[in-house]
Design a protein around this ligand. Sequence first.
Ligand code: URA
Length: 440
Amino acid sequence: MRIVEIIERKRDGHRLSRDEIAAFVSGYTRGDIPDYQASALLMAIVLRGMDDTEVADLTLAMAESGEILDLSDVPGTVVDKHSTGGIGDKVSLIVAPVVAALGLPVGKMSGRGLGFSGGTLDKLESIPGYRVDLTVDEFKQQLRRIGVVLTGQSANLAPADAKLYALRDVTGTVPSLPLIVSSIMSKKIAAGADAIVLDVKVGSGAFMRTLEEARALAVDMVRIGQAVGRKVVARISNMSEPLGHAVGNSLEVVEALDVLRGGGPSTLVDHCLAIAGEMLYLGGVAADLTQATQTVADALVNGAGLRKFRELVEAQGGDVRYVDDPSLFPSAPVIRRVLAPRAGYLSQVAADEVGLAVVALGGGREVKGQAIDHAVGVVMHVKVGDRVGKGQPILTVHARTEQESVVAESRLMRALHFSDEPVAALPLFYDRIGAADVVR
Ligand code: URA
């Protein structure tokens, strides 16, 4: 089967057969298909789309490109969560240890930054020594021993996604329903969890810009998860402004540690309560969502989640002194406070621009495999709906050079809009898609 013909067929709007999809996935994973041909096919998929059968075939081919973990020997219901990608999304760093502390094993394979969105692995690597390349045996042993794993895909789990993800990041091929569904669900299927909570983002800092697109993505992922026997629920959450305040790798770890110490921005805390609550409920250890959420809130306040996070960092080789004392994270050489140019209400944020400003500061990648700077980023001090006075600090830019901080400031100021009239705060969630919402 010639890859050129497969590219041409998708370019011309035809459906790809299961064999064509499998040939592409295995050929690219083995290294027989070069990046330029894979990029061409990805772009054809972005532009032409795929039907439900193609998406299911692509997902399974990617999941089967490596090992599919059998976690039947891990006691309890193994739960997992995944976000479709956003700005300032440090939720996994908080909910994985909290849920594990509450007795449900959490085994999670995360990704790196993708386009304008950040990635959990890049955030975790700001902790010196933290390993994101556990082998399959290490994954299983750690899950049995301490009940929580946060690692990457290098452990022969969905290796096709690891390669395709890195390629999509730098070829403008991220915002595509079939590619996002297959990327996320192949990892989830390979990682073997029994129950999966999906955090589907919608808004200016998400790959899905409308509620309709986000619902379609959620429904597809829930359907595929169910088809392979997993319990899946999706929450559709707002991503029209960064989640919490910090955007940038170590800045976000510090904010996550604040939440694990019982503090942190209330919107981020409420978001984590909802996602962790869903994980507990789906995992069968809470009678209802209200009880689940209260249990999570207690675990944040009494430090159980923080202790589990410390155990996780230690188990994966990270330096736990950074957990105990977040002031050890190196700060960027230039810290620039940005003041409100006028009085008014923050009415709108182009959140993707905030993410791109952080990538340009060095916090993300512009070419495959690029080293990133963990210390750079942006802290937003205002949320949509907040009233600001002229000259009030609204942002802090953490940069490598004065020049880069100036460029970031002007980009960020173009991303924020103010109004004279009061503006309502944005909701945290819009919808919930569960088994009953998916017609087979
Ligand atoms: N997260 C993933 O793992 N893959 C995507 O394509 C988008 C978000």
